[in-house]
Design a protein around this ligand. Structure first.
Ligand code: PEP
Ligand code: MG
Length: 589
């Protein structure tokens, strides 16, 4: 709501979930979601001709939009990748589709959008019923074309993802991973979304892009206008719409202060991640996009503790080939050498829906066909990825990480498939790493309880708190309404983490953490004290966490961890840790 106080004056002041730190001051770019509304009203006879003309014009506009899009994409990623737009243009020249739509307008007095929607839906349903991947891929083309034409019928000429001309803050209902992958990231100054929590993928992507973000704002999309001035305070979770000049000045000062603190933190870049009493703790970084690999080194991380390969699948309409994957991984591995890169096999499903193969709509996508469950069902896709990872293992220091493991059978099956990919490569005389290390993400409570058994089968464990917290506490990580219940400092979560670390150590394997909890300064001392061996955090969090590690005595952290494990409520843990961190790290927090 409109706010006036000494320093802040703006049209709307909104509070959401702080998702990525820093301050952005820019203008709004409204990114429209995927949903389309269709008007079902029956037309008067006198309006029918106008409606046909509206439809024909919308088809023409769509065609010319596709042409210009095609040449832009060809310029950016090559002719081959732009061919898909040929298919879209052909669909718009299909006389059956056009005639059926015009018939529905003239004979049934339907609106152009209703008529076209139904014709396209009929073909989409037919293809959806087919089991062949080839046809299922085509449904996404039909959907694209359907949306484009309807957008033009409704008089909206903005092709949402391609209209971002200057730099702006993206305001959207929800940022899907597939949308994010299409954005020209150099032009994005920040994000503000209605939906999402701190560990939703939009939030993780914003941190990886190092732009401020606030998520879970509920109605920011409805409140702002295209081009409005906007301030995003990603550290505090605040959004200010149409601020006055004085407010902007105040936020520019805060922005400078933020940059200053970061510059100071960069002093630790080349220093080791050692506690005051000499315990070395591995500090690596999470990586989402290949082109952000530089920031892993520039922020002083040692290696990549989690490379989310999912974006390779989301960036294209076809499945990435073994060679494409190998080349992508190679770029990263070479840059990070001699440090290691832990490559996680794909974690599609949930909110990550590729266009290259169909993940059918599911009642509970995060509890459904996701991650390793897909890999084990689609062994062809899995094998291609395993071969690419094994091959890149011959180029540098690489480990495999398996997501969403819920029990031992999955581990056994994965190991068998890794062995069979190795023998294929051996037979074909292709170089690979025969001794590649294999790790499991512990992110499902059943795996946490079986961590000792799983540890016997693998070389390392990495705790995925983003999912572990949602599955353990039954709190959807992306749902802003219950974001207050998503607490990684919950005593149940802390107990489970301690148990996983103890189990791993008993079985002689190291235990890391790649979930966002590892980036939270309130958790750092607890995790050091619980003997976590490795922290893998978003690159921007590396300096802060390194500084904390370097200013802490392991013995003191162990005492803190022991004390905290006795608390009964998340609020007690939070209060206790806030006090300690504020006192010890005044200049940081
Ligand atoms: C996790 O669940 O903690 C994790 C690291 O994986 P993702 O966030 O990609 O689900
Ligand atoms: Mg996960």
């Amino acid at each position: 709501m409109a706010v006036k106080n000494r320093k802040i004056k703006c049209k709307y002041f909104l509070k959401g979930v702080p998702a990525s730190p820093g301050i952005a001051i820019s203008k709004v770019f409204k990114l429209k979601g995927e949903s389309i509304r269709i008007d079902p009203t029956i037309l008067k006879d006198s309006s029918v001709d106008d409606e046909v003309e509206k439809f024909v014009k919308a088809v023409e506009r769509s065609k010319s939009e596709l042409k210009s899009l095609q040449s832009k994409v060809a310029h950016r990623v090559g002719q081959e990748n732009a061919k898909i737009f040929d298919v879209h243009q052909l669909l718009l020249e299909d006389s059956v589709i056009i005639e059926e739509t015009i018939n529905a307008i003239t004979k049934e007095n339907r609106s152009a959008e209703f008529a076209f929607y139904n014709v396209m839906q009929k073909y989409e349903d037919t293809l959806n019923g087919s089991t062949a991947d080839h046809f299922q891929n085509r449904t996404s083309d039909l959907r694209d074309v359907k949306r484009r034409v309807i957008r033009h019928i409704q008089g909206d000429r903005t092709d949402h993802l391609n209209q971002l001309s200057g730099s702006a803050v993206i305001v959207t209902n929800d940022l899907t991973p597939s949308d994010a992958v299409m954005l020209d990231r150099r032009k994005v100054f920040g994000f503000a979304t209605d939906l999402g929590g701190r560990t939703s993928h939009a939030a993780i992507m914003a941190r990886s892009m190092e732009v401020p973000a606030v998520v879970g704002l509920r109605r920011v999309f409805a409140l702002v206008q295209e081009g409005d001035r906007i301030i995003i305070d990603g550290s505090e979770g605040k959004v200010l719409v149409q601020p006055d000049e004085k407010t902007i000045k105040h936020y520019r000062q805060l922005q400078e202060k933020y940059y200053d603190t970061n510059r100071k933190l960069e002093e630790v870049r080349n220093l080791k991640s050692l506690t005051l009493d000499g315990k070395e703790i591995e500090l690596s970084a999470n990586l989402e996009f290949t082109d952000e690999v530089e920031s892993v080194k520039s922020h002083g991380a040692k290696g990549v503790g989690l490379y989310r390969t999912d974006y390779i699948y989301l960036a294209k309409k076809e499945l990435p080939t073994e060679e494409e994957q190998f080349q992508e991984y190679r770029k990263i591995v070479k840059k990070i050498a001699p440090d290691s890169v832990i490559i996680r096999t794909m974690d599609l499903g949930g909110d990550k829906l590729p266009e290259s193969f169909l993940i059918p709509p599911q009642e509970n996508p995060f509890l459904g066909w996701r991650a390793i469950r897909i890999s084990l069902a689609r062994k062809d896709i899995f094998n291609t990825q395993l071969r690419a990872i094994l091959r890149v293992g011959a180029v540098g220091n690489v480990k495999i990480l398996l997501p969403m493991i819920s029990g031992l059978d999955e581990i056994h099956e994965c190991k068998k498939l890794i062995e069979s990919a190795k023998s294929e490569l051996q037979k074909e005389g292709i170089k690979y790493d025969p001794n590649i290390e294999i790790g499991a993400i512990i992110e499902v409570p059943s795996a946490a309880l079986l961590a000792d058994r799983i540890a016997r089968e693998v070389d390392f464990l990495s705790i995925g708190t983003n999912d572990l917290v949602q599955y353990l506490l039954a709190v959807d990580r992306g749902n802003e309404r219950i974001a207050y219940l998503y607490q990684h400092l919950h005593p149940a979560v802390l107990r489970m983490i301690k148990q996983i670390i103890v189990a791993g150590h008993q079985e002689g394997v190291w235990v890391g953490m790649c979930g966002e909890m590892a980036s939270d300064p309130l958790a750092t001392l607890i995790l050091i004290g619980m003997d976590l061996d490795e922290f893998s955090v978003s690159p921007i969090a590396v300096p802060e966490i390194k500084k904390m590690i370097r200013s802490t005595e392991y013995r003191e952290a162990a005492r803190i961890a022991k004390k905290v494990l006795q608390f009964e409520r998340p609020s007690e843990v939070e209060r206790f840790m806030t006090k300690i961190v504020r006192k010890k790290f005044k200049d940081l927090i």
